[in-house]
Design a protein around this ligand. Sequence first.
Ligand SMILES: [Fe+2]
Length: 328
Amino acid sequence: MAIDPENLFNNKAKILVVDDNQQNVDLLEAYLLSVGYDVIAAMNGMDALQLVTTHDIDLIILDIMMPGMDGYEVCTRLKDDENTRLIPVIMLTALNALDDKIKGIECGADDFLNKPVNRVELLARVRSLVNSKKLNESLISARNVIFTLSLAVEAHVPFARGHSERVSIYCEKLATKLGYDKKFSESLKEAAILHDLGKIGIARTILHKPETLTDDEFKEIKKHPAIGEKICEPLKFADIKLPAIRHHHEHYDGSGYPDGLKGSDIPISARMMSITDAFDAMISDRPYRKAMSVDDAINVLEKEAGTQWDIDLVKIFIEIVKNDFAIK
Ligand SMILES: [Fe+2]
């Protein structure tokens, strides 16, 4: 007896076959069932769109020419819908039908199969797309866990509740004011939620200590940006989040941590986060002190601009606080 790798990895995946030709459906179904996939079929576009709302579909094989709604329209609707856009779609096209493929790509199709369908090619493409979908799903759920964890960590740090969400709002305002696009600003907001996640690795006795920390305790606290970066690394964020998390305690004059970066060597995302993080901390109660007034916090930002923080960014942030957040 031997292990069939198709069965080993994919036998739980559910495939939706959409074709108005019963013979084609039967053939595809037979190929897919032979390696253990779970298969359901729709004979037209409307039924297919209905089935994706009631079944957990892992991949769709979609014919183009169907009465009523054609495959392009079905694919466009699937890819426009937040709930279904991550389901891979393989379109069935006639051999060498370049126009069909171009149109299919424009509609968001993930791959193509020529008719008549070759069993080996079909199974190879299905396996590859199902595996990528599963990988994406595990990354998405890992990502959700990390964000939830970050808020849970914050809820257990005295006086920190709501801090990262407020920092994310300040960061978004600052990014918009500086002319950054939505992608940057969304990433910075997410980084703000995650910036102190590394505190999960710091002893509660230190985080909860109401008195001034000893040098050794402060050394421990200084580890949290690198710990946060390490926790997030497996998620492979390909944007500004990791540098923002790692460097949010660097100082403009190089006296910060963990790397002692200076001036413009500190990533802009971290320079922005450093100001917004410190501002929110100053105007909030802490175990060892009462909250400062907004005016006093602005004075500190101005005084330390150029030493702890980027002068230009401080100026812009103070404008935002005065115009958008201060009680008039
Ligand atoms: Fe921090």
